[in-house]
Design a protein around this ligand. Structure first.
Ligand SMILES: Cc1cc2ncn([C@H]3O[C@H](COP(=O)(O)O)[C@@H](O)[C@H]3O)c2cc1C
Ligand SMILES: O=C(O)c1cccnc1
Length: 349
């Protein structure tokens, strides 16, 4: 479905169902609210699916794989060829995120949305990599929209296959640079505060990275009121694909988990484009990249996990799969006060 139509069709969460879910939580034989955010997230998930019966048995991690022309400016410790290498390893189940998914019975779906080379990874390619934004806009507005629409399409395909929970992952060398550029413009924050070492950058490299971002922003002057303009000028196709996953998941009433820094940037774009999408987007962990906290605060979201992770690939979101599995199982199967003939606790305020 096209971007405009998707944005128009996304509905707010079902408040009535969420009230019923709260009643169910409060009837479970345990101190009230004692599972904290886990109760809140499961309740939110009932509002998303529009039923008190949440089923996340089938979980999937989508890896949006793309190359970023800005790598040419020496902003990453790794070469561009690493993107395709890791992307192909996703197919073999051989990456950190894949190992974590295997452990919690989740599938991994890699998507080539814009890698510089062709591989065996399923091809939804918008371009063979983006341009170096120090010299020219990363992509055209049309390409940015096409990238978002690929994500919407993929979310739709996964919905048709019966998945009940989607995690957003990415593989794209250089994408912490594009993410810092987008975050800086959308949050109106200094580039220095939004930029970190990504996958491990020297101090000299970090200075180069900050300079490149400043140059790109000065050169193209992306409009902070127009998230697609920002995405096109200094963003990337990996980010665009994730924006589409958030919107496409919301359209099909599937909860979509954010991962770390890059994924949070994509979520912010999705919410700016479509405020109704907000309720469908769940936070997982707080990335160690410096912009992560500001991004979550801007979205009014709180991470369930704080483990100093800074890996991307969806690893933080997959860590949350296990927590959510446990929470949903308690919600669905645990005895109530009535079941065990215990008087319900009074609310303690
Ligand atoms: C082997 C390897 C596996 C990865 N898995 C995720 N990333 C992470 O690092 C990249 C972003 O960092 P930067 O902006 O500094 O290039 C992304 O691909 C992200 O997913 C990886 C990076 C590497 C090198
Ligand atoms: O938090 C992230 O998403 C992240 C951090 C560093 C490198 N790649 C991804």
């Amino acid at each position: 479905m096209r971007l405009e139509e998707t944005i128009r069709k996304i509905q707010p969460l079902d408040a009535k169902v969420m009230e019923q879910a709260r009643v169910r939580w409060d009837s479970i034989a345990k101190p009230l609210n004692s599972l904290g955010m886990l109760e809140d997230v499961v309740t939110q998930m009932t509002g998303i699916v529009g039923s008190t019966d949440v089923d996340i048995n089938r979980k999937v991690l989508v890896e949006m794989c793309a190359d970023n022309g800005i790598v040419e400016a020496g902003v990453s410790q790794s070469g561009q060829e690493v993107t395709a290498l890791v992307a192909e390893n996703f197919l073999e189940g051989n990456s950190v995120a894949c190992v974590m998914c295997r452990q919690c019975h989740a599938d991994v779906v890699p998507i080539d949305i814009g890698m510089a080379v062709d591989t065996k990874v399923p091809r939804y390619k918008v371009a063979y990599g983006t341009r170096n934004f120090v010299k020219e806009p990363a992509m055209t507005r049309q390409q940015a929209i096409q990238g978002i629409e690929v994500g919407i399409q993929v979310a739709g395909e996964l919905a048709d296959q019966g998945y009940g929970l989607i995690a957003t992952g990415e593989m794209g060398i250089g994408n912490t640079t594009t993410s810092s550029a987008v975050a800086s413009v959308l949050l109106g924050a200094p580039v220095e505060e939004m930029t970190g070492r990504g996958a491990g950058l020297s101090s000299e490299g970090l200075r180069r990275k900050i300079d490149a971002i400043k140059t790109g922003i000065e050169l193209h002057r992306p409009n902070p009121e127009d998230p697609v303009d920002v995405l096109a000028k200094v963003g990337g196709l990996d980010i665009a694909g994730m924006v589409g996953l958030f919107l496409g998941g919301a359209l099909r009433h599937i909860p979509v988990l954010m991962d770390g820094f890059i994924s949070c940037v994509a979520a912010l774009i999705a919410i700016r484009l479509c405020p109704n999408a907000d309720g469908y987007i769940l936070a997982s962990h707080l990335s160690k990249e410096p912009a992560a906290r500001r991004l979550l605060d801007a979205m009014g979201k709180e991470a369930m996990i704080q483990a100093q992770m800074r890996m991307g690939e969806g690893t933080g979101a997959v860590a949350a799969f296990s927590l959510l599995d446990q929470a949903v199982t308690v919600y669905r199967t645990m005895s109530t006060f009535d079941d065990i003939n215990l008087e319900q606790y009074e609310h303690l305020e």
